[in-house]
Design a protein around this ligand. Structure first.
Ligand code: ADP
Ligand code: MG
Length: 282
């Protein structure tokens, strides 16, 4: 499963046939090439903090359009893995590729966002004084000047996109509501919507259902499932019921490496997993 150098091997085929997406942006932005149907290659990644190995020879491959769940006990390295993908933390060794052609380790955090990787942090960071609609409008501006954006008229396409996102996140009837007045779950959905305005090819979501009601948790599962296909989604989550309700492939992280990978059924019955994680009161 975690064959070192998988991407390198594939790349020797050379020519990039199939789907090549240009995500717009600046002319210098690298193109996302999904011709081998893999959107993310993490290979042999290690990260040390003061001699402590938070990630230890980690290899993970995510398919285009996949919804992948990453589980694992506290300190397993889940957030550090996301930090590596988004350029916040640089690994000591290893490689991280976005599709066939984009070497994430050579890009800055803003460049990684621009090339099509969106990240949702645990705490929602919506603009409380602005309406749901305005939050989405502001998110569309991306790296462009907010002022330029506010004074520009939205194109019909942008209006359509905004309506589509409102529908996806289930906040159509709340478009005029002040973001600060939304429930915790609604704020989380709004923030996912704000990421969607940038139309990221890959969406990273860290513990989305923490603090949510059971109904909100269920709705979040539906939302993430609905995004798969159009986007690739990597979800880090502790809540086992939630993972069970959405997961296709589950990767179990432990001490910075992949302990097990497969269906929820498979990993749940894996003795290694039972020992270090599930049997551990989680
Ligand atoms: P998880 O998200 O799976 O709970 P993390 O990736 O946050 O795990 O952390 C993995 C390990 O690395 C933990 O032991 C944590 O204390 C350590 N760690 C994470 N970030 C830092 C940092 N910036 N400095 C030092 N240690 C860190
Ligand atoms: Mg974490």
């Amino acid at each position: 499963m975690s064959t070192p150098g998988l991407r390198g091997g594939i790349e020797r085929f050379g020519n990039t046939v199939g789907r090549v997406l240009n995500r717009g942006g600046s002319a210098s932005a690298p193109r996302l090439d999904l011709s081998h149907n893999i959107i993310l290659y993490l290979e042999g990644i290690s990260v040390s903090f003061d001699g402590f190995r938070a990630l230890n020879n980690l290899s993970i491959y995510v398919e285009a359009g996949e919804l992948r769940c990453i589980i694992g006990p506290n300190g397993a390295g889940k957030t550090t893995m996301m930090d590596v993908i988004t350029g916040k933390t640089r690994p000591d060794v290893g490689s991280a590729w976005f599709g066939q052609t984009v070497d994430l380790l050579t890009l800055t955090e803003p460049e990684i966002a621009e090339v099509g990787i969106g990240r949702k942090f645990q705490k929602p960071t919506v603009f409380a004084e602005h309406s749901v609609f305005e939050n989405l409008e502001l998110a569309m501006a991306g790296n462009k000047s907010v002022w330029r954006m506010l004074f520009a008229k939205m194109t019909p396409e942008q209006h359509l996109r905004l309506d589509e996102v409102l529908e996806t996140i289930g906040l159509k009837d709340h478009r005029s509501a002040r973001a600060g007045s939304l429930s915790h779950g609604q704020k989380q959905w709004l923030e996912i919507g704000m990421l969607l305005m940038q139309d990221p090819a890959l969406l990273l979501v860290d513990e989305p259902v923490a603090g949510m009601t059971p109904q909100e948790t269920e709705r979040t599962a539906e939302l993430l499932v609905s995004l798969a296909g159009k986007h690739s989604v990597v979800v880090v989550e502790h809540d086992m019921n939630f993972v069970r309700s959405i997961a296709r492939t589950v990767t179990v992280l432990h001490q910075g490496s992949v302990l097990a990978e497969g269906s929820m059924e498979q990993v749940q019955n894996d003795p290694k997993v039972i020992e270090v994680y599930l049997g551990d009161g989680h």
